[in-house]
Design a protein around this ligand. Structure first.
Ligand SMILES: [Zn+2]
Length: 208
């Protein structure tokens, strides 16, 4: 039997060995990074992203519509007239993408606000994945797009919290994410200077 192995190249993918180590299932992170780095800007592209990254792994049923915040649902189905809702769909994707990045930025010190993790657990968008230390996403198809993408990050963060505490970088200026603090610090990017005061590695939050 032939094994179809496709290596997707994602610019922000960490080169650290812990991401590609065989025993870790980082498909949820790969799905989330794909959405962030190459946002699907048409109904077929978004439907394809859902199919490949959420439906096929068995994490979610195939959605017929997407929505975000106060937007009206936009159809993803094959019956949707081609291109009709494109501007609305792009607004939904952009709004969802921004909300996800803002949540990741909030996760950084000094705020270390991880309420979106508890929200994902309470909302039933993540579940234990066999191994008690590992989580997987399980969003419902009628949930907001931002919450669906956040459930992908939440599953990976809950499974690998130390990795994020040590390596997650979110540019304070443009919200670009990366996992290599040696390049531009934890709050910068190739185009923007890091914030000096919190450009430090942290492993855990201060005691309450
Ligand atoms: Zn930047």
């Amino acid at each position: 039997m032939r094994q179809a192995v496709s290596h997707t190249s994602i610019p922000t993918l960490p080169s650290t060995p812990s991401l590609v180590a065989g025993e870790h299932d980082r498909r949820a992170l790969l799905a989330a990074l794909t959405f962030i780095d190459k946002p699907p800007r048409s109904a077929p592209a978004l439907a394809g992203w859902f199919e490949k990254h959420l439906v096929r792994p068995g994490w979610m049923r195939r959605p017929t519509h997407v929505t975000e915040a106060f937007s009206l649902p936009v159809s993803l189905g094959p019956s949707a007239p081609a291109g009709a809702d494109e501007p609305e769909l792009q607004e939904i994707v952009e709004a969802a993408r921004y909300r996800v990045l803002a949540s990741l930025r909030a996760l950084m010190p000094p705020a270390a606000d991880d309420r979106f993790l508890s929200a994902a657990i309470a909302g039933g968008r993540v579940r234990r994945a066999g191994n008690p230390a590992l989580w997987e996403p399980c969003p419902r198809e009628d949930e907001q797009l931002g919450d669906i993408v956040l459930s992908l990050f939440a599953a990976d963060i809950l499974s690998h919290r130390e990795f994020y505490d040590a390596y997650l970088c979110v540019c304070k200026t443009c919200l670009r994410i990366d996992f290599d603090p040696s390049r531009s610090g934890r709050t910068g990017c190739p185009e923007h200077e890091p914030t000096a005061t919190i450009n430090v590695m942290r492993r855990s939050r201060p005691p309450a």
